[in-house]
Design a protein around this ligand. Structure first.
Ligand SMILES: [Zn+2]
Length: 171
C-alpha cells in the first residue's frame, strides 16, 4: 500500500537523523539544524488569512520557519513539526532567497518579504502527505518521551498528554 510505504520511508528518514529525546519543538529545531549544518530560525507571525499557517523558507545561509502566532500552542507546535517535515524530507532544494534578500529578512523581518514568500506553495500532494506524516511521527516521539519522563502518579502530568499517549502509543 502506498501510504504504508510512505510511512516506512518517513520512519527511515527519522531513524537516519537519530534524534535524541527533546523537551519541545524549539529544542527539536536546534537538533535538526545541527544535523543539517544550517540554522533554523523560528518566526511566529500573525499571518494573512489567505496564507498557509506555516511555511519553510530556505535561504543560502539558513532555513526559516514562519508559523501562525495567533493560534494555540499545540497548533503552533504542529505547524512547526509539519514544516520541519518539509525540511527533513528535502522538499526544499534550492534557496528561494539569495544572500541579499535573506540579509533583509533577518534580523529585521520585513513583512512584505514574508508575504512574498508566503505566496509560494508549490509542494506536491505527496510532499504534503510526507510532511504531515513526519509531523505525526515527531509528535508521537515527543509524547512517548514526555510520558517516560513523567511518573504515572504525578498529579502535574497533563491529562491531555495522557490521552494523547493513549491514542498514539497504545491505541
Ligand atoms: Zn506543507
Amino acid at each position: 500500500m502506498a501510504d504504508r510505504g510512505m510511512r516506512r520511508r518517513c520512519e527511515a528518514i527519522l531513524a537516519d537523523l537519530d534524534l535524541p529525546d527533546v523537551h519541545d519543538v524549539r529544542e527539536l529545531c536546534d537538533v535538526i539544524a545541527a544535523r543539517q549544518g544550517r540554522p533554523i530560525h523560528l518566526v511566529g507571525e500573525s499571518l494573512p488569512a489567505d496564507s498557509p499557517c506555516g511555511i519553510a523558507v530556505r535561504t543560502e545561509r539558513f532555513d526559516a520557519i514562519f508559523y501562525e502566532a495567533d493560534t494555540s500552542r499545540l497548533h503552533q507546535e504542529h505547524i512547526i513539526r509539519h514544516e520541519l517535515g518539509h525540511l527533513i524530507c528535502g522538499h526544499l532544494t534550492a534557496p528561494v532567497l539569495d544572500a541579499e534578500a535573506s540579509r533583509l529578512l533577518l534580523p529585521n523581518l520585513d513583512p512584505s518579504l514574508v508575504r512574498a514568500v508566503l505566496g509560494r506553495s508549490d509542494y506536491s500532494e505527496i510532499e504534503e502527505k510526507e510532511a504531515e506524516m513526519i509531523a505525526s511521527l515527531l509528535l508521537r516521539r515527543s509524547v512517548m518521551s514526555r510520558s517516560r519522563d513523567a511518573p504515572r502518579d504525578d498529579p502535574a502530568a497533563s491529562p491531555v498528554l495522557g490521552r494523547l499517549h493513549h491514542t498514539l502509543v497504545d491505541p
